[in-house]
Design a protein around this ligand. Structure first.
Ligand SMILES: Nc1ncnc2c1ncn2[C@@H]1O[C@H](COP(=O)(O)OP(=O)(O)OP(=O)(O)O)[C@@H](O)[C@H]1O
Length: 269
């Protein structure tokens, strides 16, 4: 569900030259507020200082996760988000999906972006089969569309390659099988803007190839794909443009090879 605090609106339909913008981030700041974080003092002291009103908002710590990020994404682009741990990649992705409010700035999107992460909510106690149906319905597909795409989704995931696993509860799956099924469900729909968080890092080599091919297909259908990954190989194989975040700031935005070379120099230091 969209957070009502998120400042969003549709991108105007007009084209910018030959290219159509799908996501515009304009000076975006995102701040987490952690309530109840320790102050280093005992809780009785914190409570007392709260009562007598000294200091501002005791026990609330602010984490400025994304700082003044600006970029425009266009239809047909596959954009990699890279950066060292904690640099703000997932936060930015969740903000584009409308799941986090912007402290400052705005995010404009064309249509509703779909976040396809390894944490997508599938239920362990339900069979793979039920999860495919529920997952597809949750993405807004009709029962008819689910029936049409069902076999394709199961085949794509490969969970039935070693027996009839699709009729077993998902708790019997390996973590790779779960991740593959999640990806397959998410990829069954043609998204305008597809946001992927690390999904490619989980499958085996064969599955990664298939997912990369599917991402290329989605791009060919005029969508925009964002991929957060720690695998430079996945980024090289999938993306034509890369945004590099460091400590919440956009450090570089450019063609994949150019940005990755700089990033590799930075991380090998
Ligand atoms: N729910 C949260 N509450 C408070 N702080 C958070 C929360 N989620 C992330 N952060 C902080 O925000 C910053 C950015 O985190 P984020 O997960 O976006 O980074 P990342 O680049 O995706 O990291 P990684 O590569 O390790 O997955 C970090 O300092 C992190 O500790």
């Amino acid at each position: 569900m969209l957070n009502p605090q998120v400042k969003r609106s549709d991108v105007p339909a007009q084209r910018t030259g030959e290219r159509t913008p799908t996501v515009i981030a304009d000076g975006v700041d995102i701040v987490y507020r952690v309530v109840g974080s320790g102050t280093g003092r005992g809780s009785a002291t914190s409570a007392l200082s709260r009562i007598i009103g000294r200091g501002k908002r005791p026990g609330v710590r602010e984490v400025h996760a994304v700082k003044g990020v600006t970029f425009t994404a266009y239809r047909g682009e596959a954009i990699g988000l890279i950066g060292t741990n904690g640099s703000g990649k997932s936060t930015l992705l969740r903000a584009v999906a409308g799941l986090l409010p912007c402290e400052n700035g705005r995010i404009y999107t064309d249509g509703q972006p779909s976040l396809m992460g390894v944490n997508a909510a599938l239920m362990d106690d339900l069979t793979g089969e039920r999860n495919v149906t529920l997952g597809c319905l949750a993405m807004g597909m009709s029962r008819e569309q689910v029936r049409e795409r069902y076999d394709e989704i199961v085949d794509f995931s490969g969970v039935n390659d070693k027996g009839d696993f699709i009729s077993l509860p998902m708790r019997t799956y390996s973590s790779g099988m779960k991740a593959r099924l999640r990806f397959s469900i998410g990829a069954a729909k043609d998204h305008d803007v597809l946001l992927i968080d690390e999904a490619l890092a989980t499958g085996d080599a064969r599955f990664q190839k298939r997912s990369e091919a599917r991402i290329r297909e989605l791009r060919a259908k005029a969508g925009t794909v964002f991929l957060v990954s720690h695998s430079n190989k996945s980024i090289r194989d999938t993306c034509d443009r890369v945004l590099w975040l460091e400590k919440g700031e956009l450090r570089m935005d450019g063609p994949t090879e150019q940005v990755l070379q700089e990033y590799e120099r930075f991380t090998s230091r």
